[in-house]
Design a protein. Structure first.
Length: 135
């Protein structure tokens, strides 16, 4: 079978960087690291629906238009992909601290050719039982 992916990464030439790892000990948390040209931020986040993100991204790639987004259960991590013209994709992401209130935002543009490998990795990461809430 496909190898399980433990870290999902995406980078662009304009300083944007995203890393989602499943190495958290409790099983329900992931670790998200964001980069911009101004710096970086990281945080443990709870319950990401990668399956839903994957299906939205696949639809976006097929249609060459539209958007896909995901946020953590506690809304302390958000990411949005939007298909632009000429095969470019804008990615915006934010990590939010609620107490005290602060937000780290980053955005970048990638070529759509980066999406299929990202989707494949996200699908494999989504299979890791960690992401699934235990019933």
């Amino acid at each position: 079978g496909a190898e399980l992916v433990t870290t999902l990464t995406l980078k662009s030439g304009d300083g944007f960087g995203l890393e989602i790892s499943d190495e958290m000990e409790s099983g329900r948390y992931g670790s998200v690291r964001l980069r911009s040209c101004l710096g970086e931020a990281s945080k443990k986040v709870y319950s990401l629906d990668l399956d839903q993100l994957v299906s939205q991204l696949e639809k976006m790639v097929r249609a060459l238009s539209g958007a896909a987004e995901m946020q953590s259960l506690e809304d302390d991590f958000r990411i949005r992909f939007e298909m632009l013209s000429l095969g470019h994709v804008r990615v915006e992401a934010a990590l939010v601290d609620h107490f005290p209130s602060s937000e780290f935002k980053t955005a970048g543009e990638i070529d759509q050719s980066f999406l299929p490998p990202f989707i494949a990795d996200a699908r494999n990461l989504a299979l890791v039982p960690y992401w699934k809430d235990t019933q």
